[in-house]
Design a protein around this ligand. Structure first.
Ligand SMILES: Nc1ncnc2c1ncn2[C@@H]1O[C@H](COP(=O)(O)OP(=O)(O)OP(=O)(O)O)[C@@H](O)[C@H]1O
Ligand SMILES: [Mg+2]
Length: 306
């Protein structure tokens, strides 16, 4: 049941998270209430991204309290891994960072998520604009199956920039595919369907699609769980490159992946089934994996439970 509701949410999100392109250097501060000024020249890669702060965040599905009292600072241009056993609320928390949680019927958010100084849940904020600035990559690669590779990457740009000229679109599609380390593999078949790519290629296509609209933050929910070890390492390498331009939050069950790919690790846990999940400990990844402060963290990272 969770899976099918996930699918609905993901396809909704794919439509809702797309947005317009902008030049990040032309945006000194953010206004989440309106779409940003569009890029006139080639989009910029690199440069400072934006940090996120969760303040007293509680998340509910109807009467069910899924995540309790999370306070977490997500540093810009770093990779933050969310780890913890199944059902502790990692995905729920991740989806609250781009206002996707509220797409579940009856879902509720309390507290604040602050993106570069602005509360994304403030009353005048447009959730579609939040999802443009905070992109999402899902567990199962979900390219639009009948759309060409080119159109998959351009989807978000076209939706909000119908007047964007073809040469500019071409340039952004190429840059996004280059950035996702996929260009060399697909440049001669851009007009072929996205569904014709391998799983690892599809996931890189989804990363290209997410980055084409130049978000500040990239959320990734177990992005490698459907991939083989080689494709997994390719995505991990890519994540290391992407953090020069983006703030990245990745959920993973793979402890080696968390220790290889992240700078900071946040451990979530729930004491008893039915209780809300909580953030137990957050620290530099090396510290979490070598000398965590809490026993529950040590038990989890050493494989004693979960
Ligand atoms: N759409 C939903 N409606 C009701 N409850 C939900 C929904 N989605 C998740 N939950 C519940 O919220 C809690 C947290 O779920 P969540 O998916 O965030 O866990 P998770 O840490 O991501 O787990 P996993 O590692 O298995 O992906 C669980 O008890 C789950 O059953
Ligand atoms: Mg999950």
């Amino acid at each position: 049941m969770e899976e099918s509701s996930d699918e609905v949410t993901e396809s909704t999100a794919s439509r809702e998270q797309v947005g317009s392109s902008s030049d990040r250097r032309a945006r000194p501060s953010i206004d989440l209430t309106k779409p940003p000024v569009r890029s006139r020249g080639p989009a910029q890669a690199g440069g400072p991204a934006k940090g996120v702060e969760a303040v007293d965040v509680d998340l509910y599905y109807g009467a069910f309290h899924a995540v309790k009292s999370v306070n977490l600072t997500i540093a810009p241009n770093k990779v933050t891994a969310l780890i913890g056993s199944s059902g502790c609320g990692k995905t729920t928390f991740l989806r609250s960072i781009n206002r996707m949680h509220e797409l579940n019927p009856g879902a509720r958010v309390e507290g604040r998520i602050v993106l570069d100084g602005s509360d994304i849940y403030a009353p005048d904020v447009d959730p579609v604009e939040v999802r443009r600035q905070v992109g999402m990559v899902f567990q199962t690669p979900n390219p639009f199956p009948t759309m060409s590779i080119y159109d998959n990457v351009a989807a978000g740009l076209k939706l909000n920039s119908s007047r964007m000229k073809k040469p500019q679109l071409d340039e952004i599609v190429e840059r996004s595919l280059q950035g996702a380390n996929l260009w060399a593999e697909v440049k001669d078949r851009l007009d072929k369907p996205g569904a014709g790519l391998s799983g690892g290629q599809q996931q890189r296509l989804c990363i290209a699609r997410a980055t084409a609209v130049e978000p500040d933050v990239l959320l990734m929910d177990e992005p490698c769980s459907a991939l083989d070890p080689v494709a997994t390492l390719a995505i991990e390498d890519l994540i290391q490159e992407l953090k020069a331009s983006y703030t990245i939050v990745i959920v993973t069950h793979n402890m080696q992946q968390a220790s290889r790919a992240s700078d900071v690790t946040a451990f979530f846990n729930l004491e008893t089934s039915g209780d809300p999940g909580r953030l137990v400990e957050v620290d530099e990844t090396t510290k979490i994996f070598s000398n965590p402060s809490k026993k529950a963290t040590e038990d989890y990272v050493s494989g004693r439970f979960g």
